[in-house]
Design a protein around this ligand. Structure first.
Ligand code: TRP
Length: 336
């Protein structure tokens, strides 16, 4: 019998579900969850969202929208462990334990923190830590706790999260070195194709860049966003290079190889940008339709979503409970 794999991934709840979430995390994770030798941990990283926003209503709504998105895309709550991070207090206990092992120097090098201090430097701000909260600084530790709490061995993430998984490995190995072989150093699973889905401005599609394509918006709103996708200024009739084209790369993530080849030909023949956007819009609309229909049904049934998450948290707690016990024993926090 092959070894059981534990696959774990989460989405931060700070906005409406977008195409990057769908093709980068939700759909591949659901697909992977169908494998027999796999236990999947899929969760809402609601406490991570505190770092980025103090809007409680937005956080609450976003948690619901993202939960409904997972379910609309085919997650079967009976087959996977689907939960809110905030329902598992053991994660936060582990985060403290790990933060006492992680060296500050390691966290100084985390991309998100470095980007923030670099901005401050560029703006000649006296205090390079201006506007940076401890949550942002500790972000990789909380993420490590999310993963190590369940001894997950595979974490499907975008390229931008690779560093966090390396830090998680580092912290797990340090724990094991001090306290015995307890935590599992995970591997990042990065899909070369979808790991880099561009947003409408060409940078990685991300809530932080405000360049996302929302997946459950009305057709008109979707069309508006598609029309805003950045292109170069080549005229209709001029041959176009598909390789670094945002429209093309988004199309590739949601379409069949055959259709991609057809669009490639049209690029060589000099398709107008407006026309390429229309083709992408049509394809995206039909790609999203089944998910949208399901989503619109699910959002009318809040108790169903809540029940799925409560049942998921019970399953998650039955796994995290014994692990945190093992961790406490190992570090000498135990009864006399
Ligand atoms: N940091 C991830 C993101 O913003 C979300 C996340 C939180 C996560 N904890 C995780 C992803 C654990 C994978 C595993 O996309």
């Amino acid at each position: 019998m092959s070894k059981e794999h534990r696959v774990l991934t989460g989405i931060t709840t700070t906005g409406v579900p977008h195409l990057g979430n769908l093709v980068g995390a939700v759909l591949p994770a659901i697909k992977a969850s169908e494998r027999k030798d796999t236990t999947s941990f899929l969760f809402l990283a609601d406490y991570h969202s505190l770092i980025k926003s103090s809007d409680s209503e937005l956080r609450h709504r976003s948690s619901f929208d993202i939960a409904a998105c997972w379910l609309a895309c085919g997650l079967d709550p009976k087959k996977v462990i689907f939960y809110r991070q905030s329902d598992i207090p053991h994660i936060f206990e582990l985060a403290w334990i790990l933060s006492c092992l992680a060296s500050k120097g390691l966290l100084n090098r985390a991309h998100a923190y470095k980007a923030a201090t670099t901005d401050n430097e560029a703006n000649k701000t006296k205090d390079i830590d201006k506007g940076i909260n401890m949550g942002l600084f500790n972000y990789p530790v909380l993420m490590a706790a999310d993963i190590l709490m369940f001894k997950a061995d595979a974490v499907p993430v975008g390229q931008d999260q690779k560093q966090h998984i390396e830090m998680t490995r580092d912290i797990a190995l340090k724990f094991n070195h001090h306290y015995g072989d307890i935590l599992t150093p995970p591997e990042a699973v990065i899909d070369e194709h979808t790991g880099v889905l561009p947003g409408i401005d060409g940078r990685k599609m991300s809530k932080s860049y405000n360049n996302t394509i929302p997946v459950f918006s009305e057709e008109e709103a979707l069309q508006k966003v598609i029309m805003k996708i950045k292109t170069n200024s080549l005229e209709p009739g001029e041959p176009k290079d598909s390789s670094d084209c945002n429209i093309f790369n988004i199309y590739k993530a949601i379409s069949t190889n055959e259709k991609v080849d057809d669009l490639q030909k049209l690029y060589e023949e000099g398709i107008a940008w407006g026309e390429a956007k229309k083709i992408l819009f049509g394809e995206l609309n039909s790609f999203l339709k089944p998910f949208k229909d399901e989503y619109n049904k699910i959002i009318k049934d809040k108790p169903y979503v809540e029940k799925a998450l409560i049942e998921g948290s019970e399953k998650a707690l039955s796994i995290s409970g014994p692990i945190i016990k093992e961790v406490r024993q190992a570090i000498g926090i135990k009864g006399f």
